[in-house]
Design a protein around this ligand. Structure first.
Ligand code: HEC
Ligand code: HEC
Length: 305
């Protein structure tokens, strides 16, 4: 009930609630008092189906008491729990409070478990079947929507199971990626290269780096312009994990393969984001998850969950 933008509406709603409850009591009292027009034999004179006559008997006692009890219950409930406008009730109960309390209880229950992992190295965590089972669940809930449930990724979302890394595959690098997120950024560079022909030449040179089929004359011309790219991708085109520039020599393509795709990368650039997890996952969870991810490309070192 914190959605009210003005105090008036809280009072308004609370007022209607109280008045309605009291009106119920009033109705009960009134219907007990009011005398209907009845004949000496207590019938009202209404007759249906020939001989079905309406009588005017008082309400049964048990029914009246039940009615009173529900009214008392409603008033006690509204005094204890939130229900009257913004009034929080004397118990100060709230669904978010209950959620937080249950979360805390859950976290306290698993704290000793995570404490055990905290004392372990990534390689050791990866050998722990319980940790790998937790890692698998964390991955399914938080990562698989982008990287796939098999972690092999798709166009724009890196494959985490190979040993090709944008930012580095050492455990501490993976922790860094998960905690703070990553923002890959390649600026549009078509104009910096010159004409559309120059762009095509550089694209052919990029293809040649991975031994992909290419036009060697154009590639040779493109090589002289690759200096623009080398700032990030390195002189040899092997990439730079400090800025997340991919290795262009390994024939693994994050954004798709072929001349047209490379030309589009050069002309349009690319901004690609891995969202930070620090606000969603605890450092202990990130540690276990990093070990799980590290295990994908270090299969021999890993326990199966
Ligand atoms: C909203 C989509 C999305 C989600 C969710 C997501 N990622 Fe990513 N992740 C990406 C993208 C996109 C990149 C590539 C960033 C770039 O190109 O710079 C990335 C990059 C990474 C990298 C770096 C790969 C490398 O080659 O260096 C790792 C490791 C990673 N993600 C792991 C995870 C884990 C573990 C989770 C679950 C907590 C997760 N990601 C959740 C989109 C996502
Ligand atoms: C300022 C740094 C920077 C410069 C300069 C740069 N790139 Fe990139 N490039 C990147 C980054 C970062 C990515 C990855 C984008 C992402 O995170 O998805 C990338 C991605 C690519 C890709 C896609 C690779 C794949 O696996 O799909 C190609 C191709 C590419 N660059 C070619 C070039 C060429 C050719 C040039 C020179 C004209 C160039 N880049 C200049 C930073 C740069």
């Amino acid at each position: 009930m914190s959605d009210f933008t003005h105090g008036f509406w809280s009072l308004y709603v609370a007022g209607i609630t109280i008045v309605s409850i009291l009106a119920c009591l009033l109705l009960l009292w009134f219907s007990g008092k009011a005398k209907a027009m009845t004949a000496h034999d207590n019938t009202t004179g209404h007759v249906w189906d020939g001989d079905l006559r309406e009588m005017n008997n008082p309400l049964p006692r048990w029914w009246v008491w039940l009615f009173v009890i529900t009214v008392v219950f409603a008033l006690v409930y509204l005094a204890l729990y939130p229900g009257l406008g913004t009034f929080k009730g004397s118990l100060a109960w709230s669904s978010t409070g209950q959620h937080a309390a249950e979360m805390q209880k859950g976290e306290e229950a698993i704290a000793p478990l995570y404490a055990r992992f905290a004392a372990m190295k990534t390689e050791e965590i990866a050998r722990d079947p319980q940790a790998m089972a937790i890692g698998e669940r964390l991955f399914m809930n938080n990562c698989s929507q982008c990287h796939g449930s098999d972690a092999r990724g798709s166009k724009g979302f890196p494959n985490l199971t190979d040993s090709d890394w944008l930012y580095g595959g050492a455990p501490d690098k993976i922790v860094e990626t998960l905690t703070n997120g990553r923002m890959g950024n390649m600026p549009p560079l078509g104009a910096a290269l010159g004409s559309a022909d120059d762009v095509k030449n550089v694209a052919q040179y990029v293809l040649s780096l991975s031994g992909s089929p290419h036009d060697s004359v154009r590639a040779a011309l493109g090589k002289s312009k690759f200096g623009v790219c080398a700032a990030c991708h390195g002189n040899d085109g092997k990439g730079n994990p400090a800025v997340g520039a991919p290795n262009l020599t390994d024939d693994i393509w994050l954004h798709g393969y072929g001349e047209a795709t490379i030309i589009s990368m050069i002309n349009n650039g690319k901004v690609n984001q891995m969202p930070a997890q620090a606000d969603k996952l605890s450092p202990a969870q990130i540690q276990v998850l990093a070990a799980y991810v590290w295990g994908f490309s270090n299969k021999t070192a890993v326990a199966s969950p």
